[in-house]
Design a protein around this ligand. Structure first.
Ligand code: DON
Length: 573
């Protein structure tokens, strides 16, 4: 039961002995709940959909830990947030246990064994844009189900059946779609019909979708039941695998039974770095996100951002110049570490990143045409959605998961009721040819059989003085890295609450194209004028990022940051 108490922030001197006893008892028994500042003591889930956040908190209340809740939320999002929540896609998890253990799970999709370097090029060698974006050929071998099985096997406390059940219930009984979802599904009506001539639950043949219509997904419920009963085999073998392969045959896709059988997610060592005394724990390749995030933080650390102020011209200029250099590195040096020797160590050296900023000129923008990836000395050995969860013991999970574009390839597997991803577009289909996010790449991220495509997803956990401080991440394609970066500095440098940091207007630069994307009103007109005078091309864009984050306050309470750009919701207890 939730119980409202005096704001914990103000209690230090005024609390009576009796109050203190109540407070401590509350901590132990889990009765404490929410305080007047909207902070919670026992745990929190922040995700893109209110139903999924509720599923996560219900699992925590049943005694599940953060990983149990994460698995339940991942499957629930596949039902209630089909634009990005998925079982037909992939993602990344960063974990930090209350004991300080850290880990990272890569359940990114892979190219099918029959994939080849030039598969999206025409006879003249030019990219056929839609081929990597829509339909069966755009899909990589899904990783989410294996990822959840692995995460649960390693850290879960409740049974597999328990964590699957909420998603099955939501798919069977249906849920009320939001106004935003109704609009999206209506705008995709024609395309969904084209790609799914046999129909899909996402298409309403009776009337356009309206807010609060109930979306029932019986086929998806059946698939989820098979996963509940058989675990990995319920998806990668048997009836569901048969349906995927039949779907591939129908649409000339590449994924085979063997591809499904051979898919395995990978535990990886998280990337760690420091920023102003905080420890950053984040995702290693196959995502570029973690490396790029640490590079950005190292690049701006020497500059007095706080003195300059949030989104002031100087702050924006330094960050844009750092982003330009980091994204140039991303384009050349980052790819699937199982296929390409990513020079991780050098990219993460503070001296390397300081040196990258050495030719930054206050007087004028550095044209991207003059910035190449940094030189690496010698070989080294060695519509997405995000949710953040903390349980009552302080275990934390940060997961970003995706189908890539909104509703992925738009292909729903007939009979199995789930959408396939269009993640193949995240490969560099040709050196220098931009993908749907305008990102370019080369050899490191070229297509190869069984290779994972490079990602920007940046699930991250921040520690302060050895304790959990923040759980953060976002969708947004190429803007993921810069949105996570800004959310972190908004708290650390500019003293914002988690909600303020998430809601604050964002801006973005990614080397190519040489433009500064800004959300409307992200920077004031004087700052914009100054930057334009120095040669920055400023382009106002729609929403940047959709960050869902949790902050642990110094009193040990959890503050949610649910992005107002979407239907996102923080639910605590
Ligand atoms: O892995 C990546 O970087 C992209 N597939 C993420 C796509 C994404 O964020 C879409 N959501 N807006």
């Amino acid at each position: 039961m939730l119980r409202t108490i005096k704001p914990l922030n103000n209690f230090k001197k005024s609390v009576s002995y009796l109050g203190l006893v109540f407070l401590l008892t509350g901590c132990v028994t889990g009765q404490l709940g929410k305080n007047n500042s909207g902070e919670y003591k026992n745990g929190m889930v922040v995700s893109a959909h209110p139903e999924a956040s509720q599923v996560g908190v219900d699992i925590l209340k049943k005694g599940g830990n953060a990983v149990d809740a994460a698995v339940a939320v991942q499957f629930a999002l596949a039902v209630v947030y089909p634009n990005a929540g998925n079982i037909g896609g992939g993602g990344f998890m960063v974990y930090r246990g209350a004991n300080g253990e850290i880990n990272a799970l890569d359940f990114r999709e892979k190219a099918a064994a029959a994939a080849s370097r030039n598969m999206y090029l025409d006879a003249a060698g030019n990219p056929i844009v839609d081929k990597s974006l829509y339909g069966h050929l755009a899909a990589g071998v899904p990783g989410s189900v294996d990822g959840m099985v692995e995460a649960h096997k390693k850290y879960g406390k409740l049974t597999w059946a328990q964590v699957l059940q909420p998603a099955i219930d939501l798919a069977t009984n249906g849920f009320n779609i939001t106004n935003r979802q109704a609009g999206e599904l209506n705008s995709l009506h024609r395309k969904l019909m084209d790609f799914n001539p046999n129909g899909t639950a996402l298409v309403n043949l009776e009337h356009p979708w309206r807010e609060n219509d109930v979306l029932v997904q019986q086929e998806l419920a059946n698939t989820l039941k098979l996963i509940q009963q058989k675990g990995r085999a319920g998806f990668y073998e048997g009836a569901v695998a048969d349906s995927v392969v039949a779907e591939m045959q129908r649409g000339k896709g590449l994924i085979t039974k063997a591809d499904l059988n051979n898919y395995h997610s990978a535990w990886r060592k998280p990337i760690t770095g420091s920023y102003k005394g905080y420890k950053i724990i984040t995702m290693p390749p196959t995502s570029s996100g973690g490396i790029a995030l640490i590079q950005l933080l190292q690049s701006v650390e020497p500059y007095p951002l706080k003195k300059w102020g949030h989104n002031s011209d100087s702050t924006v200029q330094v960050i844009v110049e750092a982003e330009r250099r980091v994204y140039a590195d991303r384009a050349t040096h980052l790819g699937d570490p199982d296929f390409y020797a990513v020079p991780q160590q050098q990219l993460l050296e503070a001296a390397y990143n300081k040196n990258r900023m050495a030719n930054f000129n206050w007087a004028a923008a550095t044209p991207s045409s003059t910035i190449m990836a940094g030189e690496i000395k010698g070989a080294e050995h060695e519509e997405t959605t995000h949710f953040s969860i903390v349980d009552r013991n302080g275990n934390a999970v940060s997961i970003t998961t995706t189908l890539n574009g909104s509703y992925g390839s738009l292909v729903a597997v007939k009979g199995a009721g789930f959408l396939l991803n269009n993640e193949m577009d995240d490969f560099s289909v040709k050196p220098g040819a931009p993908n749907m996010y305008g990102l370019v790449g080369g050899e490191a991220n070229a297509i190869a059989p069984n290779k994972r495509m490079l990602s920007s997803m940046t699930p991250t956990i921040v520690e302060k003085e050895g304790k959990l401080f923040m759980v953060v991440g976002t969708p947004g394609g190429s803007t993921i890295i810069t949105s996570v970066f800004q959310s972190i500095i908004n708290v650390i440098d500019f003293g914002m609450s988690m909600q303020q940091a998430v809601a604050a207007k964002k801006f973005h630069h990614q080397w190519l194209p040489d433009e500064v994307y800004v959300e409307k009103d992200a920077i004031d007109s004087l700052a914009a004028q100054k930057l334009k005078a120095k040669g920055y091309s400023i382009v106002v864009k729609g929403p940047i990022g959709r960050v869902d984050a949790i902050l642990r306050t110094k009193w040990g309470n959890y503050q949610g940051g649910a992005d107002p750009r979407g239907d996102d919701k923080a639910v605590g207890w």
